[in-house]
Design a protein around this ligand. Sequence first.
Ligand code: KG4
Ligand code: ZN
Length: 342
Amino acid sequence: MRVLGIETSCDETAASVVTLDGAATPVIASNIVLSQIEEHAAFGGVVPEIAARAHVEALDGIIEAALADSGTTLADIDAIAATAGPGLVGGLIVGLMTAKAIAAAAGKPLIAINHLEGHALTARLTDGLDFPYLLLLVSGGHTQIVAVRGVGDYQRWATTIDDALGEAFDKTAKMLGLPYPGGPNVEKAAATGDATRFAFPRPMKGSAQPDFSFSGLKTAVRQAATAIQPLSEQDVADICASFQAAVADALGDRVARALARFRQEFPDKATPSLVVAGGVAANRTIKATLHKLCAEAGFAFVAPPLKLCTDNAAMIAWAGIERLRAGLSQENGFDFVPRSRW
Ligand code: KG4
Ligand code: ZN
């Protein structure tokens, strides 16, 4: 099986070819990702209209590069898989319509993929994981804990009731005058900061409700920052370190609950796995917290390489292969309309 994947749901224009030869390990034959970060940096966040236009300009070249890189032509491809939601609708339209056009012209099946399914199945591409497993997805747009039970069989156990975690990092950076994207810059500043200087809240910690919340923490950061104007470099570092400690603590509490629930619901799974995905998974403090939690709870901690944790098209091509293999690709196709809130 050889599938061309296309991803345009946010600010990465991406195409990839993934192949699966019988029972062998899948191969990422090509994986091209063009980030639009520079186009959006001046605005401190992703501007949907700019993103859609940048996808239009780049996508055909990226697809050509992905095919060339993999040494295949369209004739060798079994199907085309494209992200059809959730995401920014302009980008989704560009990617899905391009995929439909190519599939129609080449006479190939078209598989509409849910972006979150791409993230959810990545660990099977990189680590050959068996179902079921637990997924923590922490990106700029999503903060979810999902029980991944099979292809097309996902149960969301927790989500954020306000901001996504990456969004909280980005907004914190903005308040402190750090450049976009905020996450890596907050982490960098935190490295020289005192994590005990500010006692920021740990939202939802201890709550019986499983969900996340980060807007209260963001407000606390804003109050701390406005109380000490002008901020010295050390103040910024201390706020970042204290924010990151609060996030790791709050996140850890939520994940610990989910690990316990997983044990209860899947008692036959001898060594269950927690998989992380999304850009925030790059954060070393967060990773260390999760690693420790998993070790204590007897879970394997699976963090696919960052390039496959953040937005990419290999995960979309792979989801296409999974759906083809499971006989679940028929319900999709040419009639599928992009769903920004899918
Ligand atoms: O998965 P991703 O690349 O794109 C989507 O949101 O789909 O995630 C981007 C998010 C941004 O909010 C960014 O600030 C955050 O991940 N991020 C980080 C780090 N690197 C990226 N957050 C915390 N620490 C990091 N090192
Ligand atoms: Zn994503």
